[in-house]
Every structure is written in C-alpha cells, then in structure tokens.
Design a protein around this ligand. Structure first.
Ligand code: URA
Length: 277
C-alpha cells in the first residue's frame, strides 16, 4: 500500500494550489536551489571576495564599513536618472540606460526590466503603472489578465499593439520598469526617480496622444492622482494631449466602471480622428 502525502491527498489539492499561488505572489520564482537566495542581499554578497583571508573571516556584523562607504553621501538618483535619460538618443539606448540604472531598489527584487511593447511608430502611447507578476516573468508590459482586457478594449476602437500601421498601432510602457513587491503602488520617490526616463521615452516615440492608465501615470505626467475624478478629462503634458483612464485591473474588480471606460475609448477615437484630419 502506498503512502499518500497529506498535501497531495485529492481533497487537499486546492490547499496545495493556494499555497503555490501564495508563494508565487510573494515573489518566489526559482523552485530548485540548494540554498535560499535573498535577492535584496545579492549585490552586496556578490562583491565579497570568494575566498576570505583569516583577517577577513569575521562575522559580517563585526566588520566595520569602509570609511568611504560609511561617509558616502546618498547619490542624487533623480539627477543621475536625468543625465542618463538625456544621453539616450534612441529607444535602444534608453532601454540600456534603464537596465543600467542601479538607484531604484525595486530592480533588486525583480526578475525582468520591463521596457515596452508594441509599435514605436504608434500615434497612441499607453502609459501604465508597473509590471505585475506575469509581466515580470515575461519581460513585457500588460500581459496578465488586466493586459488581456486592455488589448480587448483598444481592439474595440481599432487599435492594437500588434499593428504594423502607425495609424492603428499602440505602444505600451509603464512608469516603473520593475515590479513592486506584492504589486504595491509605486512610491512618490520611485516615481520621481523614474520620471526622467518616462519623459525621454515619450519624447523618443513622439506620439500624438498619451493614455495615462491609472494613478501612477497621472502623478508622473500631471502631478496629481485621483483617477476616478480625472478619468475622461483631457489634459496636456509633454506638449501633447493626455487622456486619464481607469486601469483595467480596476475594471476587473468593478465591472460597472466599464461603461465609463467605453465612453473614454470613444472620446479617444474621436480625438484621434480630429488629430488626423
Ligand atoms: N499593470 C500595469 O500598470 N502595467 C503592467 O504592465 C501590468 C499591469
């Protein structure tokens, strides 16, 4: 007679699935390793010498920080981001500059740097908030459930990230290229730090219209949040019209808000036609 593990017993499979989902949600992404990896600790550990001399082999806490490290002023991350963004003269250069930017702690916990998807010649850019779990795994924005809804919404007015024709194409990016832990909202500091890259990104793509999908993009472009109040009201940023819209993740939670989202999509369609003629 075989032994059935309690977690694998048929009546327990839902519990096992829930436990697995919970671990993935907490950021567990590598299942088979000999030792646990603290991703937040990684850069520091990698810089340590592989073989320690007897003098170095003291407990980590007892080792005094080098004077240069102890007294180093905190880098001005916004100024560094601004400089790196200004120097990027193409989308490839901007992608490389963001990947090389080490001042945002979110990067340490993320699996991917999510840059963008769609057609860079598109007339419409969608600016989202930040990658979620699926986006972090695939390295592309808006590929989870909210992303699938977003695709259906824009396809309903003839726009798609797959379109080769700029007139019917979309280009999609986010305020933050790294997934915040447990999908928390981006902080004001993170938004300020990444804003220079967002602005340069928009400049390089040069769309006719920006759709600000949720609070973080409204904060980044318009300096205010309150998406339920802002949605549907055209604004102006980076020398072009901006349409704030309710995030599709919110529409999944509150299907009644889809009616307003449809009104916003029709407003976008009309504005695009007006810009074209
Ligand atoms: N939500 C966002 O704002 N962006 C994504 O890429 C995915 C979900």
């Amino acid at each position: 007679m075989g032994i059935t593990s309690p977690i694998l017993a048929p009546e327990n499979w839902q519990a096992a699935l829930a436990a697995l989902d919970w671990q993935a949600e907490m950021g567990v992404s590598d299942w088979l390793q000999d030792a646990p990896v603290n991703r937040y600790d990684l850069p520091e550990r990698l810089e340590r010498p592989a073989v320690e001399t007897p003098a170095q082999a003291r407990p980590a806490q007892a080792r005094p920080a080098p004077a240069s490290q102890a007294q180093a002023p905190k880098a001005d991350a916004v100024a560094i981001a601004q400089q790196a963004a200004n120097a990027a003269d193409s989308l490839d250069a901007l992608r490389a500059a963001i990947a090389a930017f080490d001042h945002c702690d979110l990067k340490k916990g993320a699996r991917s740097t999510v840059f963008a998807d769609g057609n860079p010649a598109a007339r419409v850019v969608i600016l989202g908030e930040a990658p979620g779990r699926e986006e972090d795994q695939e390295g592309l924005p808006f590929v989870g459930r909210a992303g699938q809804l977003l695709d259906r919404m824009f396809e309903a007015i003839g726009l798609s990230r797959q379109s080769a024709d700029p007139a019917s194409a979309l280009y999609i990016t986010n305020v933050l290229p790294w997934r915040p832990p447990q999908n928390r909202d981006p902080s004001a500091e993170e938004i300020a730090m990444m804003r220079p890259f967002v602005e340069r990104h928009i400049e390089l793509v040069n769309p006719d219209i920006i759709v600000a999908m949720g609070n973080a993009p409204c904060m980044t472009l318009l300096g205010e949040k309150g998406i339920l109040r802002l949605r549907g009201t055209w604004a102006q940023a980076l020398k072009r019209p901006v349409l704030p819209m309710t995030h599709p993740a919110n529409l999944l939670r509150t299907p009644a808000a889809k009616r307003e989202a449809w009104a916003d999509l029709l407003s976008l369609k009309a504005r695009l036609q007006a810009v074209r003629s």
